[in-house]
Design a protein around this ligand. Structure first.
Ligand SMILES: *Cc1c(COP(=O)(O)O)cnc(C)c1O
Length: 318
């Protein structure tokens, strides 16, 4: 798998943005440690998902590319697949829920993908996707449970370790676990002493429960502001990888997440979506014990937030 990650690094070389690594001296003083943020909110489409989508789709056969691709997603994966489809000239269909953030819906359409909307209350997205797929012979691009997708997401952590050596901990958010499993494998390959910690909203802590019990736990329709982590469970591929390569899982409250989004915007002057702020939320809420002089890497996974949601979050008391 580590070799696959290195191939993904090469494959993405001239397509993905080399996202910046930022730090905040205010935060470092507050925590008594050095924190390095890998800013995937500056990635193409505003989130790391471009990496996995590009690594996966660019490796399809010519025949598969000619037939077209399909994905179901409430957000960033949809935009990523739509953009890669456009870049590579592949017909793309995206199945999205009627409660998807408006900014993500508009962006997906803007990349020229055909969008099919379904009702989350009454319809099952897998059924709808399956029917369309069968009819047209499209290839399904999975959001996380696919080795090529995982290897692509891993390149975010790979780049961070290349830029900052000697990290003692790496924090990454966890939804379906594609980002976390990939980042963990990249980390253990480049810097085995670095502890990898996955962060989830407490309201969507299925991965934490699965990790702690060794059994795959599902939470249907988890209620969290962090929409990128609303997946019901880890996948068949990501779960065993997380058990093997991740050292710990931690959870954060909705209040912690809001505070972190505010800190990113007001102190660091960067727009981060709730799912992207999970790492900082864990640090600010002291869910993670920090020794002085530690060097902690944090993956900021994305920055796509509806303006109205951002305004609401800023108006909440600090
Ligand atoms: C998809 C996504 C996540 C979760 O990634 P998984 O690979 O599903 O664990 C976290 N943050 C953002 C911004 C995302 O788009």
């Amino acid at each position: 798998m580590f070799e696959q990650i290195k191939s993904a690094v090469t494959r993405l070389e001239s397509y993905a943005n080399k996202t910046p690594v930022l730090s905040s001296s205010t935060l470092n003083k507050m925590l008594g440690a050095e924190i390095y943020f890998k800013c995937e909110n500056f990635q193409k489409i505003g989130a790391f998902k471009f990496r996995g989508a590009f690594n996966c789709i660019s490796q399809l056969t010519e025949q598969e590319k000619q037939r077209g691709i399909i994905a179901f997603s409430s957000g960033n994966h949809a935009q990523a697949v739509a953009l890669v489809g456009k870049m590579l000239g592949i017909k793309t269909t995206i199945v999205m829920p009627n409660n998807a953030p408006k900014i993500k819906l508009a962006a997906t359409k803007g990349y020229g993908a055909e969008v099919v909307i379904y009702d989350v209350q009454t319809e099952i997205r897998e059924d709808i996707t399956g029917k369309i797929q069968e009819k047209y012979g499209y290839t399904l691009i999975a959001p996380f449970d696919n080795y090529h997708v995982i290897a692509g997401q891993a390149t975010a952590a790979y780049e961070l370790h290349q830029k900052v050596s000697g990290l003692t901990k790496l924090l990454a958010p966890c939804g379906g676990g594609g980002l976390l499993s990939g980042c963990a494998i990249a980390t253990k390959g480049l810097n085995p002493d670095c502890e990898v910690i996955g962060i989830e909203p407490a309201n969507a802590d299925d991965a934490t429960q699965s990790f702690n019990t060794g059994k795959l736990v599902s939470i249907p329709n988890p209620n969290t502001i962090a929409d990128g982590t609303r997946t019901t469970s880890l996948g068949k591929v990501t779960f065993p990888l997380i058990q093997e390569y991740v050292d710990a899982m931690k959870t954060v409250s909705e209040e912690d997440i809001i505070q972190a989004v505010q800190f990113h915007l007001l102190r660091m002057k960067i727009v981060v979506e709730p799912s992207g702020a999970l790492g900082l939320a864990a640090l600010l809420s002291k869910s993670i014990a920090i020794n002085s002089k530690e060097k902690i890497g944090v993956i900021i996974s994305g920055g796509n937030i509806d303006p109205s949601t951002l305004i609401q979050m800023l108006e909440m008391s600090q």
